[in-house]
Write a protein that binds this ligand. Structure first.
Ligand code: NAP
Length: 247
């Protein structure tokens, strides 16, 4: 048995959404566990802030929009032992108000972008045998939320896609798992349309621990799924939500 199966020493890991919130925490946690981290986001200033928080290493910044020329971004990346598809956007609109542009926007970032990024990483042979792929979905795919139809559907779509991807990559011992967080204190919810007062009220009433998760809670789970501790774990969808109660 390895001395520390949770270590990421010797692994190179791509984290999208690394300029903020859960992705930033994941990049920092991966570096603390010994990984070389490739960080992606559009905001170069915020990516530099993430790098400053990370443990020293030969980390790589590949800044850019994942809805753009993803082939060019992938061409700049080294071969990978782990990928955390974390980039995403929130969206809040009642079902009767949804328009085509809402679907294009949310599905574009939350579904089309990670799917096409993953395809390009495979086409350009950037995914090593035995690698670990993690998608950050959302508990919303299964727990209903008013005014969250398109967002929840985008996360349900990525869960279904990950289920298929695991079949296609199993031959190379590449595992594919999903993390589905409940509410996490990040910009996505703080600037997501709910007042701080209503978020605090929801935190008290909808969670057994009366707490939302913090970004690092999700990051530590991502580290576990990237590590050799989970080499024979694929096709799971781990809910992490401080005891969220169903509506
Ligand atoms: N916070 C929650 O309660 C919660 C709950 C469940 C699931 N999630 C999921 O967790 C993931 C991370 O969210 P977060 O809460 O950490 O939000 P966040 O703080 O707003 O971070 C979102 C990240 O996505 C990146 N991003 C957005 N659009 C992009 C694009 N077109 N190209 C490249 N990068 C893009 C942003 O980078 P730039 O702005 O630099 O481009 C940023 O780094 C999302 O997939 C979200 O759906 C969040």
């Amino acid at each position: 048995m390895a001395a520390n199966p949770f270590s990421l020493e010797g692994k190179t890991v791509l984290v999208t959404g690394a300029s903020s919130g859960i992705g930033r925490s994941t990049a920092v946690a991966c570096s603390n566990m010994g990984a070389t981290v490739v960080v992606n986001g559009r905001n170069e200033h915020k990516l530099a802030e993430t790098l400053a928080l990370m443990a020293p290493g030969s980390h790589v910044v590949v800044a850019g929009d994942l809805t753009g020329d993803v082939a060019a971004l992938v061409a700049q990346m080294p071969k990978l032992d782990g990928i955390v598809h974390c980039a995403g956007i929130g969206h809040s609109k009642l079902c009767k108000q949804i328009e085509a542009d809402d679907i294009d926007l949310v599905m574009g970032v939350n579904f089309k972008a990670p799917v096409l990024l993953q395809a390009e990483l495979l086409k350009q042979r950037k995914v090593n045998k035995g690698a670990s792929i993690v998608f950050v979905a959302s508990l919303g795919y299964d727990y209903p939320n008013v005014a969250n139809g398109v967002y929840c559907a985008s996360k349900g779509a990525i869960v279904a896609y990950a289920n298929c991807l695991k079949l296609e990559l199993a031959q190379r011992l590449i595992r594919v798992n999903v993390i589905s967080p409940g509410m996490v204190w990040t910009d996505l919810i703080v600037h997501g349309g709910m007042t701080e007062e209503s978020l605090r009220e929801d935190e008290q009433n909808s969670y057994l621990f009366h707490q939302y998760n913090q970004p690092e809670d999700i990051a530590y789970l991502a580290v576990y799924l990237l590590s050799d501790a989970t080499v024979r774990m694929t096709g799971t969808n781990v809910h992490i939500a401080a005891g969220a109660k169903r509506l």
